[in-house]
Structure formats: C-alpha cells, structure tokens
Design a protein around this ligand. Structure first.
Ligand SMILES: NC(=O)c1ccc[n+]([C@@H]2O[C@H](COP(=O)([O-])OP(=O)(O)OC[C@H]3O[C@@H](n4cnc5c(N)ncnc54)[C@H](O)[C@@H]3O)[C@@H](O)[C@H]2O)c1
Length: 363
C-alpha cells in the first residue's frame, strides 16, 4: 500500500501532537512542514529526527509537494487562509479547532471544500471519547422527549494560557475559542445540528487584565456567557471561563419534556476543565417512573481510555484513503462557528444579534 503523504502547516505547540500521531502510523509519511517564523519548521522536524524532510517558511512551497493531506495547526486567525489555500490546490485538510474566528472565514473554508470536493475535517478530538459518544446516544435516543434547553460550557478557576492564545491578533478570541468551542461542539453534536438565529452574549477580561492573576499582554476574553436561540425553539445557555472566583460554571444539562440529563464537569477537585474537554464527570438521568421522580446515575466507561488525539488524525487519514466522508465536516461545525461569530459580535455591541448563515452554502 502506498504511504499517505502528509504535511504540517504551523509548527507550534499542537503540531507536536499531530506529528506524534502520524509517526505512529505505518502507512503515513511526513513530507514537509511550514511555519511563517523563520527556522521554526526546520527545528520542529529536526526535533523528531526528520532532518531530511524539507521545511518551509512559505506554505505554498509545502503545497507544491502535493501532499495527500495537511494538518493546519496555525493559530485561529490563520486557519481559514491556510485551509483554503490547501483545498484550492486539491489537498485534503485536517484543521485544528476552532474552525476559524469569524463566520465569513468559515464560509470561505466551506466554499473551498465544496469547490474542491476534498476532505475538510475540524479537529474536535473529544468526539472520539467513548463517554461523549454515550451522552450523544442517550440524548439522541428520544429518552428525554422533546429537548428544549441545553446548558453547556464549563470553566477553570485559574487557567489562563499564554502565548498566541491571549493575543487577539492571533487567537481572535480567548476562552471562547480555546475551550468554549468544545462545549458548543459537544452540545450541538449531542442534540443534532440546527440553525442558530439569535445570540445575546457577554464577555469580560477582568482576570487577564489584572497583574494579580495574569502577567503579560492580554487582549482577549477570559469569561463569556451567551443565550442562543435556534430556529426550532431550542435554547442554549453557554458559559465559559479561564479564571473566576467560583469552582464551576455549572454542569452540562439537557432538559427534555420526558427526561433530563446532567453531565457533571470532570475533575471537580481541580476546578479545571470545560464541560467537554475530553473527559466528563458523573452522568445522571432524571425521569418520572410510575409517578415517582427518579435520579439514575449512569456508569461512565472508566475502563475505556481511548487516545482521542490519535483517533482524530487516524480518522482523517482513513477518510483520505476511502475518499470521504469527512469525519467532522464543516456542514456540522459551521453552526458552532456561527454561534461563536454571534457571541463575538453581540458581546462587542452589547445587544442581541441575528445569526445568518450564507444561503449559498446550501444548508
Ligand atoms: N485540539 C487540541 O487539543 C488543541 C490544543 C491546543 C491548541 N489547539 C489549536 O491549535 C491551534 C494552534 O495552537 P498552538 O498552541 O499550537 O499555537 P502556537 O502559537 O504554539 O502555534 C501556531 C503556529 O502557527 C504558525 N503560523 C501562524 N500563521 C501561520 C501561517 N499563515 N502559515 C504558517 N504558519 C503559521 C505560528 O508561527 C506558530 O508557530 C489553535 O487554533 C488552537 O486552538 C488545539
């Protein structure tokens, strides 16, 4: 079997996890890497002993090698630019989360995918977690009846990252894009994708801007909350923080006419973690049984420890080999990106905003 030829665009922190995953695959060969910072891609490849593999400062030169696929591991504001450039050259793309910063950027990516017919998948590795799959299965089973309200998000008591994550020019947004997008993805993935119509949001930066809690320049949000309305009447209550004087922003809740599901945040002892950051806490199902209000603890699969990051890179490679479908397609994630875009606009304008997904995307 011919080896799949993979390139990596952006060779910072998370590119290492991509590289480690690809290097575990017998049927994959790394053909090159690129980064706009001079020397960074070279140092990255050398770190993995790939001293003969070419490094570039211009992504186009990497794309000239016609790899079968690229991992886009750049910071958020350049995801769209890099993914569109690859798709336009007919190259399959695994793009890191969040899909982009704005809805316009995400729509450009979607159009480039449609035009090229290549695979575009967005790197939400919690999707591969067995407990996440279980929650989705329960929510989609109909056991809860009609679901009318979802609360999601999570938060850290102290957990502001550094580097490109806190620079608006590079990250675009802060905790919302870093860990908030996971909460949105897993809530939407559980209830099913549907059209958001309005967002009313608030964002603040009290901790990032206070030298008592964070040293250095800080130009993004460290706390965000939002109420999102969907075309079919569903309401999503979203909360996320990087830092706060509180233990948790609450559990993930699904309220239905026939039942409710509570997914507790993981690691309550550490006060750390989005509601959906790759693991979950205890899960409880609330139902009326013969007129009795019951609470059932659903065992989580503690014995199944999957390597979600590897699985997401493997799923990308398998999709290339099998010519699709995309494991996590833009047709799903565009809704999350529309919400993020709405949250950014609403929190800046300090009022509710409409969410309009471009009609030409054909959703
Ligand atoms: N899935 C996960 O678990 C996970 C974890 C961390 C980060 N991420 C995501 O990965 C992305 C990168 O995060 P990071 O921590 O690696 O950031 P980073 O700042 O360490 O690395 C980003 C790299 O991209 C390079 N870059 C930026 N624009 C470029 C361009 N146009 N062409 C080529 N290179 C370019 C930068 O020079 C930098 O080296 C972010 O979008 C982040 O949300 C995902």
């Amino acid at each position: 079997m011919d080896k799949l030829r993979i390139g990596i665009i952006g060779t910072g922190g998370i590119a290492h996890a991509h590289m480690r995953s690809y290097l575990r695959m017998d049927d994959v060969e790394i053909v090159g890497a690129s980064d706009i910072v001079p020397g960074k891609a070279r140092a990255f490849l050398d770190e993995f002993g790939l001293t003969q593999v070419p490094a570039f400062e211009d992504n186009e030169k990497l794309l000239d090698l016609k790899p079968d696929g690229v991992s886009v591991c750049t910071y958020n504001t350049t995801h769209s630019l890099c993914a569109v450039a690859a798709l336009k050259r007919g190259i399959n793309v695994l793009c890191e989360k969040p899909m982009s910063v704005t809805l316009d950027q995400a729509a450009d990516m979607a159009r480039a995918q449609k035009d090229s017919g290549r695979i575009l998948t967005i790197g939400f590795q919690p999707r591969y977690d067995e407990n996440m799959k279980m929650v989705k299965e329960i929510v989609r089973s109909g056991e809860l009846g009609h679901i009318y309200y979802v609360q999601t998000g999570g938060g850290r008591r102290r957990g502001i990252p550094s580097g490109s994550f806190v620079d608006k020019k590079l990250a675009g947004v802060g905790c919302l894009a870093d860990i908030g997008c996971y909460g949105l993805d897993m809530a939407m993935n559980s209830v099913g994708y549907r059209r958001p119509v309005t967002v009313s949001a608030y964002a603040s930066d009290y901790f990032g801007k206070n030298p008592k809690y964070f040293k250095g320049d800080f130009s993004v949000d460290d706390f965000t909350c939002a109420l999102v309305r969907f075309a079919d009447g569903l309401v999503l209550d979203f909360r996320m923080s990087w830092a706060m004087h509180m233990d948790t922003m609450g559990d993930t809740l699904f309220l239905g006419t026939e039942g409710g599901l509570k997914v507790k945040s993981p690691h309550p002892e550490l006060n750390w973690g989005g509601a959906w950051d790759g693991s979950i806490g205890d899960v409880y199902l609330y139902k009326d049984v013969c007129g009795n209000q019951t609470e059932t603890k659903i065992p989580i699969k503690t014995t199944v420890k999957s390597d979600n990051f590897y699985l997401k890179c493997r799923a990308f490679c398998d999709a290339i080999r099998e010519n699709g479908p995309s494991p996590i397609p833009w047709q799903e994630i565009i809704y999350n990106q529309a919400i993020i875009d709405g949250i950014i606009r609403s929190s800046e304008l300090k009022r509710e905003v409409d969410v309009v997904i471009p009609a030409d995307l054909g959703l």
